[in-house]
Design a protein around this ligand. Structure first.
Ligand code: ATP
Ligand code: MG
Length: 511
C-alpha cells in the first residue's frame, strides 16, 4: 500500500543509517528560527547545527541523531545568549529577535555551578544532577530572570507553577499540581519553574490556618515523591524553585539529594556587576558613582537599576540603606599606599581561612581593613546582622570575599563564622573576640610611619562619604598627633559624617 510504504520508507533508510553509524533516531528536536521551516527527514542533526535561518539548540536522545517523521520538532523564538567572563562575574548578553539586547550579570561561581550541574547535562540529552534545584537569595538579584533565560536557551517545554495553583476546594490543589507534573514528565525533556516558591518551601512560616497548612503539606509530599521518582528513574525533567526566604527558613527535607539537591545562591551584586549593568543605561562617570553608592548601601540589582533610571530622567538618586539580608558587600575607591603594609605583615595572611583581630574603633578599622583587603586583591563582605549569619557566610564563600565582623558579637556567632568561612575573617573592635583563635594585627602605627596619616584619613573619608577641604590635606599629612588622638579624630569624622569646624580645630591643635 502506497501510504504505508511511504510511511515506512524513512525507517528503512534510518535503520540502515543506525546500523552503519550508530546514530539514533531523534525523538525531539528544538530549534530557534526566523520562521517555522521544515527540517528534512533522514538527515543527521546536531546541537548547534544551523541552516536556512534555523539553529538547532537541543536534540534528544543524543546531541546528534537522525530525523524521522515521528520526531517532534519544537520551534522557539530566536534568543542568543553570549557569555562574557568578567573578573568576579559572568555577563550574559542576550539578543532577541529584532536586535533587542540586554545584559545580565551573575557571580561567576553561581552561574557556572548551575550551568555545569544542570544546563550542560540537559543540553547533552542527559538527566540533570538532581531533579530539583533551588535558586535562593535576596529579592531583585535575578533569580526569576535566570530561570526564564534558561527556558529560552534550552527551548524545551516549560511549565510554570506559582501560588495561584492553590485552590480553596478540598483536594483540588493537590490534583492540579499532580496534573502539571504528569504533563512535564510526559513531555520530557522539560522544565518546571516554581517561581516565588516560599509557599511550598517554607509553608509552616506562611500558612494561615490548620486546614491550609494541611493542603500545603500534602502538596509538599506529592512534590517530594515525584522529585525522588524523577531522579531515580533518571527522567530528564528539571524543577527550578526560586525563593527569597532566608536559607535557614527552607524546610530541611527539601534540601535532600534527589529532591531539591542543590541550592544555588544569588548574592547581592558586587561593584563590578552593578557597574556593568548600569553602564548600559547611563554614562561612565554616573555608572561608577551610582554603582559605588548602590553596593555600599546593600542594594540589589533591581534597586540599582531603579536608581540609574531615576538619574537618567534627571532626578536625584535616592538611597535608603538596606540591611535586611544581614550583610553587605563594600566597595570604596582603592587608595594608594595600603599595599606597603605588607612589608610588615605578609600578604599570605589574607589568603584562605586566616583569622585576624585588628583592634580599634570599629568603623575606622573597617575602613582601613577594607583597603588592606583590596590591596590583597580580595573583595569585602561585612556582616551587619548576626541573625542572618548563615546566609552571609555562604555568600562570602561563594564570592571569595574577606569577611569583616565586629569582635564584640556573641561568641557562638563568631564560632559559627570561624568554623564555616573558607575566606579570611577579620574581627574589628575595641576588645578581642572571645573563644575563637586569631592573630593580632595593629596596622595603624606602621601605616602612619610608612605612608603618613593621609591614606588612613582618605580611607575613612571615602568609606563614609566625608568631604575634606583641600587645605586640610597637608595638615593631616604632617600631623604629629598620638595614635589615640588620631583615632579620636577619625571617630568624630565618622560620627558627624561631614568635616565640621570642631574636627578642623582638633586637627589644628595637634599639628
Ligand atoms: N543579575 C542581574 N543582572 C541584570 N539585571 C538584573 C539582575 N538581577 C535582576 N535584574 C533585573 O531586576 C529585575 C528583577 O529581577 P528578578 O525578578 O529576576 O529578581 P528575583 O531575584 O527573582 O527577585 P524576587 O526574589 O523578588 O522574586 C529584572 O527586571 C531584572 O532585569
Ligand atoms: Mg523572582
Amino acid at each position: 500500500m502506497g501510504f504505508s510504504y511511504n510511511f515506512l520508507f524513512p525507517y528503512i533508510i534510518l535503520g540502515m543509517c543506525m546500523a552503519s553509524s550508530g546514530v539514533p533516531i531523534c525523538r525531539k528536536v528544538f530549534v530557534d528560527c526566523e520562521r517555522v521551516s521544515r527540517l528534512p527527514y533522514g538527515r543527521i542533526v546536531y546541537n548547534g547545527w544551523s541552516g536556512d535561518g534555523v539553529r538547532v539548540i537541543y536534540v534528544y536522545p543524543s546531541p546528534k541523531c537522525v530525523l524521522a517523521p515521528t520526531t517532534i520538532i519544537s520551534f522557539s523564538e530566536t534568543v542568543s545568549i553570549v557569555e562574557k567572563p568578567l573578573r568576579n562575574n559572568i555577563a550574559l548578553i542576550v539578543e532577541k529577535r529584532g536586535g533587542k539586547r540586554k545584559k545580565y550579570v551573575y557571580p561567576r561561581k553561581t552561574y557556572l555551578e548551575f550551568k555545569k550541574l544542570y544546563i550542560e547535562p540537559i543540553l547533552n540529552g542527559e538527566p540533570p544532577f538532581s531533579s530539583g534545584v533551588v535558586f535562593a537569595g535576596a529579592p531583585g538579584t535575578g533569580k526569576s530572570t535566570l530561570a526564564t533565560l534558561i527556558a529560552q536557551k534550552l527551548g524545551i517545554p516549560t511549565y510554570v507553577i506559582d501560588p495561584t495553583i492553590q485552590s480553596k476546594w478540598v483536594g483540588d490543589s493537590e490534583q492540579r499540581l499532580m496534573n502539571v507534573i504528569e504533563e512535564a514528565k510526559q513531555n520530557a525533556p522539560s522544565l518546571v519553574i516554581m517561581d516565588d516558591a516560599e509557599w511550598i518551601l517554607s509553608p509552616r512560616s506562611l500558612a494561615g490556618g490548620e486546614k491550609e497548612l494541611q493542603v500545603l503539606v500534602n502538596m509538599q509530599n506529592i512534590l517530594f515523591k515525584q522529585l525522588q521518582e524523577i531522579t531515580d528513574k533518571e527522567l530528564n525533567v528539571l524543577f527550578i524553585a526560586t525563593t527569597n526566604v532566608k536559607l535557614s527558613e527552607i524546610d530541611e527535607a527539601f534540601k535532600r539529594y534527589g529532591r531539591f539537591g542543590e541550592t544555588i545562591l544569588f548574592p547581592l551584586p558586587d561593584y563590578e556587576a552593578v557597574y556593568e549593568v548600569l553602564r548600559e543605561i547611563v554614562d561612565e562617570a554616573t555608572a561608577v558613582r551610582l554603582a559605588r553608592m548602590a553596593v555600599n548601601s546593600g542594594l540589589n540589582m533591581a534597586d540599582a537599576l531603579g536608581l540609574a533610571k531615576r538619574v537618567k530622567h534627571g532626578l536625584e538618586p535616592e538611597i535608603k540603606e538596606k540591611t535586611g539580608r544581614g550583610y553587605k558587600r563594600i566597595y570604596v575607591e582603592k587608595i594608594e599606599g595600603f599595599e606597603k603594609i605588607f612589608m610588615f605583615f605578609p600578604k599570605e595572611v589574607f589568603e584562605k581561612r586566616s583569622r585576624i583581630y585588628v583592634p580599634g574603633q570599629e568603623d575606622v578599622i573597617t575602613a582601613v581593613v577594607t583597603q588592606i583587603l583590596y590591596s590583597a586583591e580580595k573583595t569585602v563582605l561585612q556582616i551587619i546582622d548576626p541573625r542572618h549569619v548563615i546566609e552571609a557566610v555562604h555568600m562570602a564563600n561563594i564570592t571569595g570575599s574577606g569577611i569583616i565582623v565586629s569582635s564584640l558579637l556573641d561568641p557562638l556567632i563568631l564560632d559559627y563564622i570561624h568554623k564555616n568561612a573558607d575566606t579570611p575573617v577579620i574581627y574589628v573592635g575595641e576588645s578581642p573576640p572571645r573563644y575563637v583563635p586569631y592573630h593580632m594585627f595593629y596596622p595603624l602605627p606602621n601605616l602612619k610611619r610608612i605612608v603618613g596619616y593621609k591614606p588612613i584619613v582618605e580611607a575613612v573619608a571615602k568609606m563614609y562619604n566625608v568631604d575634606i577641604p583641600d587645605n586640610l590635606w597637608r595638615k593631616i599629612e604632617n600631623a604629629s598627633v598620638s595614635d589615640k588622638t588620631f583615632e579620636e579624630i577619625l571617630k568624630t569624622m565618622i560620627s558627624l559624617g561631614v568635616l565640621t569646624e570642631k574636627i578642623i580645630s582638633t586637627i589644628k591643635t595637634h599639628t
